[in-house]
Write a protein that binds this ligand. Structure first.
Ligand code: DSN
Length: 428
């Protein structure tokens, strides 16, 4: 196997390098890639060195099926305290009565919600995936749309905003057991209060999937769903800047159903090293500098959106309220996938994405999705956003024209700026 840059890599992982040089070189190559590029995928971030260390500890060696004080294995003297710490911190940061920190990731967390509140064949409701929702909110190819009857709402064609009239009409007509709000490509504030009213009217359990915005909620840069919803589902690795994992939170009345659904309903032993890293991330998210981070993410996204609009880009809903921007490239005459690949060659990492009412296929859609969590973690501010927009503009135009020289030139400029803003936990 040829590993890019293998011969130049500094060895930061001596045990790994000695035992498995090939794998160590790949890790080193990834470190270099993450350090040199401008990472704009809105669901990614850079964890702190402390989170990284916690997730690589010997807690990995322990089996702990069950919950603190109620395990199926002995030797939990420390693990129980680790999990209890993570749970206490989740409750404090999000202001909830109950937290389960064991879901392996967002998709199993959402499946556990189905297991807790619905039976196979029951109706569940969520936002359609191509409109900005998530696979696990009842979309047809997911188990949540195959074993349950998924009904789906979208955004309005004229505004790009969630169509709350459609949500109410569907909810009252279809009487779903569970309603999900939130998604993966929603650039605007979610009106949790409005969803709460509709769910109460329809007699449904309301779940806010805040995976994308959890860090913004924790840092006070997005309204909290907690007063309005029954359950909060989130991953821990996006704006919350923790390890790859998830949490389910709720009022006390739903604690038992959720815990039972996660274990033994769906999972076996929790990933204790991840639980520890979640605890560390929550401690960071509860500190004052995280508030600054969350607000800076939003300020950067707003500034970037404005600079993109100035350059003629068509943004779904016209802009953003949060960390995420969805660009419809139809008018640029460059398909999303071609643009995303060209941007990647230019050192700007994004993902191609459907836009609402897309006429193209999901694997080759009309848009790209970008966001500011990662660049904000590296210390870039609003003053840099004109430069970022300019690079995107040049790279998209170059993609259309097949101009590889421009992509190479942008890549060099990106690497130079990123070198001045070291990535947390990565070599300079
Ligand atoms: N893959 C996540 C995202 O990028 O938004 C959702 O599962």
């Amino acid at each position: 196997m040829t590993i890019p840059y293998a011969e130049q890599l500094p060895v930061r992982h001596p045990a790994l390098a000695a035992a498995d040089p090939e794998l160590a070189a790949l890790v080193g190559a990834e470190e270099r890639l993450q350090a040199e590029t401008l990472r704009l995928i809105p669901s990614e971030n850079y964890v702190s060195p402390a989170v990284l260390e916690a997730s690589g500890t010997v807690l990995q060696n322990k089996y702990s099926e069950g919950y603190p004080g109620r395990r199926y294995y002995e030797g939990q003297q420390n693990i129980d305290l680790v999990e209890a710490l993570a749970v206490e911190r989740a409750k404090a940061v999000f202001g909830v009565e109950h937290a389960n920190v064991q879901p392996y990731s967002g998709s199993p967390a959402n499946l556990a919600v189905h297991l807790a509140f619905a039976e196979p064949g029951d109706t569940v409701m969520g936002m359609a995936l191509p409109m900005g929702g998530h696979l696990t909110h009842g979309w047809g190819v997911s188990v949540t749309g195959r074993w349950f009857r998924g009904v789906q709402y979208g955004v309005r064609r004229d505004t790009g905003l969630v169509d709350l009239d459609q949500v109410r009409e569907l909810a009252l007509r279809e009487r779903p057991k569970v309603i999900f709000c939130g998604g993966t490509a929603l650039p605007r504030t979610i009106d949790f209060a409005a969803f709460g009213e509709i769910a109460r009217e329809a007699g449904a359990v309301l779940v806010a999937d805040i995976a994308h915005i959890a860090g913004l909620v924790a840092g006070g840069a997005h309204p909290s769903p907690v007063p309005h919803v029954d359950v909060v589902s989130t991953t821990t690795h996006k704006t919350l800047r923790g390890p790859r994992g998830a949490m389910l939170m709720s009022r006390g009345e739903h604690a038992k159903a959720l815990d039972k659904a996660v274990f033994p309903g769906l999972q076996g032993g929790p990933h204790n090293q991840t639980t520890a890293a979640i605890a560390v991330a929550l401690r960071e998210a509860g500190g004052p500098s995280f508030r600054d981070y969350a607000h800076a993410v939003v300020a950067n996204a707003r500034a970037l959106a404005e600079e993109l609009v100035v350059r003629g880009f068509d943004l779904v809903s016209g802009g953003t309220d949060n960390h995420l921007i969805l660009i419809d490239l139809t008018a640029n005459d460059v398909p999303g996938k071609i643009a995303a690949k060209a941007l990647d060659r230019a050192g700007i990492v994004v993902n191609h994405n459907t836009v609402p009412y897309d006429t193209r296929k999901p694997f080759d859609p009309s848009g790209i999705r970008i966001g500011t969590p990662s660049l904000t973690s590296r210390g870039l501010g609003t003053a840099h956003m004109a430069q970022v927009a300019d690079w995107i503009d040049r790279a998209v135009k170059a993609a259309g024209a097949g101009d590889e020289d421009t992509l190479r030139a942008v890549r060099a400029e990106v690497a130079e700026l990123m070198a001045a803003f070291p990535a947390p936990g990565l070599p300079v």
